[in-house]
Design a protein around this ligand. Structure first.
Ligand SMILES: NC(=O)c1ccc[n+]([C@@H]2O[C@H](COP(=O)([O-])OP(=O)(O)OC[C@H]3O[C@@H](n4cnc5c(N)ncnc54)[C@H](OP(=O)(O)O)[C@@H]3O)[C@@H](O)[C@H]2O)c1
Length: 342
């Protein structure tokens, strides 16, 4: 009762503060739980992500990690696949494996997305497809192996990153959207096509020592959201997926056990959000992390938040350097053992 009486004396500013705090403390966790339940039990993604015939799903960067897992799980749902990646031997192997496992058509096209001149070849390949395209997963992406200052990276790395992360998503969306718009609307399900853009949680903020990577993912978030709005009228779904750490070779140097999730579980959760979340962190663990990050960003001054992120990046760099030192020491020890034994 005493506690309740204290509310009588609150000023308007204190009420605003109390309201904001309640939103964060009550509304946000409730929203997380509701979205988890929606994705777990709603049939939206199962209804939307189902080929009506022998439709194609196209996946860029499809021979490994998140891209491979999207390809595998989409094949499991019944799609034919077109895999676009740069290493022909890996593409051949993955295509054979997925055909054998699921029995659908799995085609591939070799292209290096760091090169801007590949798009006529891709357009021609897509023209050859005999069935409509229903899904595009713009997954290909690259990152710096370690956190560094902007000018400590060679300029060709910056260009490589911009082409692989930004140009690829822009050009592939352009090529495929034009095709989807010409395709018949699927009568039995309310969408004409689905584009899934793999961004990163890094794209939701500025990230010292990961500057160009975070900025490239921020571009993806921005364009993806706009395309989602522009093509809603044509029944095309455009989704942005923003993972934190997923157990793939891309982030192996910087992995932190507390945040990393398996690639199979990540993609399963992320696919369940198609049709219910335009923009998603995909996995419940990553949604919680993202919300904590946003909360921290709102609570502390911008410069402090920047310093905090800088410290996290530096910590990742130190962890990486420590792992490198240990692996050099281990290999020296092993070499000495071999030398002593022989
Ligand atoms: N893993 C994470 O923790 C994490 C977190 C946030 C966001 N992401 C995003 O998720 C996406 C996939 O990452 P991942 O971790 O799955 O990566 P990954 O395991 O390194 O796999 C990358 C795939 O892309 C292909 N690829 C790379 N560069 C290419 C290029 N220039 N041209 C054509 N193909 C290329 C690779 O082919 P090769 O095998 O031939 O190199 C491989 O198939 C990226 O956009 C990344 O930014 C990942």
């Amino acid at each position: 009762m005493k506690l309740l009486n204290q509310f009588d004396d609150l000023t308007i500013l204190e009420w605003i503060g109390l309201f904001t705090a309640s939103v964060w403390i009550v509304y946000k966790p409730c929203k997380l739980v509701v979205s988890w339940l929606l994705n777990r039990f709603s049939c939206a993604s199962r209804r939307l992500l189902r080929p009506s015939g022998d439709e194609y799903a196209i996946i860029t960067g499809a021979t490994d990690g998140i891209g491979f897992e999207y390809a595998r799980q989409l094949a499991q749902k019944g799609y034919n696949l077109l895999l676009i990646s740069r290493t022909e031997s890996k593409l051949k192997f993955v295509a054979a494996e997925l055909t054998q496992q699921f029995g659908h058509k799995v085609d591939y096209h070799v292209a290096d997305f760091s090169d801007q001149t590949i798009y006529n070849g891709i357009r021609a390949k897509l023209d050859e497809l005999t069935s409509p395209i229903h899904v595009l997963v713009n997954n290909v992406g690259t990152a710096y192996p370690t956190p560094e200052y902007f000018t400590d990276y060679p300029q060709d790395w910056q260009l490589n990153l911009i082409n692989t992360n930004i140009t690829s998503m822009t050009m592939m969306s352009d090529i495929v959207l034009r095709k989807m718009l010409k395709q018949e609307k699927r009568s039995w399900v309310n969408n004409r096509g689905i584009i899934i853009n793999i961004s990163s949680m890094a794209g939701t903020t500025e990230l010292p020592l990961f500057s160009t990577y975070a900025a490239s993912k921020s571009y993806i978030n921005n364009l993806s959201k706009t395309l989602s709005f522009e093509y809603e009228k044509d029944d095309i779904i455009v989704q942005t997926v923003m993972p934190n750490q997923v157990d793939t070779k891309l982030a192996k140097n910087l992995r932190q056990p507390e945040t990393v999730v398996s690639v199979e579980s990540y993609v399963r959760y992320a696919l369940n959000t198609v049709g219910t979340e335009q923009s998603t962190n995909g996995h419940p663990k990553h949604k919680i992390l993202n919300n904590l990050g946003i909360l921290l960003g709102e609570l502390i001054p911008e410069r402090w938040f920047m310093l905090f992120k800088f410290k996290v990046s530096k910590h990742l760099k130190q962890t990486y350097e420590e792992r490198q030192r240990r692996s050099i020491l281990d290999s020296e020890k092993n070499n000495n053992k071999v030398g002593n034994n022989s």
